[in-house]
Design a binder for this molecule. Sequence first.
Ligand SMILES: [Zn+2]
Ligand SMILES: [Zn+2]
Length: 293
Amino acid sequence: MGGAGFGGFADVFGDIFGDIFGAAGAAGARQRSNVYRGADLRYAMDVTLEQAASGFETQIRVPSWENCDTCGGTGAKPGTKPQVCRTCGGNGNVRIQQGFFSIQQTCPHCHGSGKVVSDPCSGCEGVGRVKRNKTLEVRIPAGIDDGMRIRSAGNGEPGVNGGPPGDLYVEIRLRPHDVFKRDGDDLHCEVPVSMPTAALGGRIGVPTLNGQAEIELPEGTQTGKVFRLRGKGIRGVRSNVPGDLYCHLVVETPVRLTDKQKQLLLELDALLKDPKHSPQTKSFMDRVKDFFQ
Ligand SMILES: [Zn+2]
Ligand SMILES: [Zn+2]
């Protein structure tokens, strides 16, 4: 495909900062009252967390408008020519008198183009352009996040009556991940750990975006304990250093126990009667007692 290469997206890094803050000004440039900038186009792109973290290149198919081959863009049937609009004399505007006021309006006959096509081209129905699709190469920068937009200048809809074209915006939609939740540059994940491991401590494997890591659980690790793995998050598009990975431990109560396992737990429970083994429970019971007195 006569792809536009990266040309249209070469300013991605420059634009993205402005766009993130909604500063993409490009308010419709109106030289004349009947000259309009083309509408912007939006393209929603679903992105996985892994893709967002590392950045990637892809191709997208977007609508584009080309001059009609049949009429060469005039909109007039081959062999005929567009005529100067008689209503406005070719300047695209008409003045109408309303009481004391003279109001300038876009010519209702030619819609501002100043020309009328009496014998429209069959290839484009008199518009002069035909809609096609084109392929654009898109470079998604590493660290991109949900809701961010990348602007490709000039790849929107064509302008009206010679106005500049609109822009194309690629809007990023981050897909939910099975393991990680993203919060800016940081990642969070829940790591289940068995009751005995939590009590005895030891090394456990935890996932990171670039492979397995290990953390050392101290003895008596409680559920909800958070371990931070520095730098194992995502380096955002505006960040110099990557964020962190927070592993939230969840101590899992064993289920579907056999009779023997139940028996052992009962024996263990009997050996844990000393409140020093369950300081949270003791503290809670003390507060409840105070509350009722
Ligand atoms: Zn045509
Ligand atoms: Zn006119």
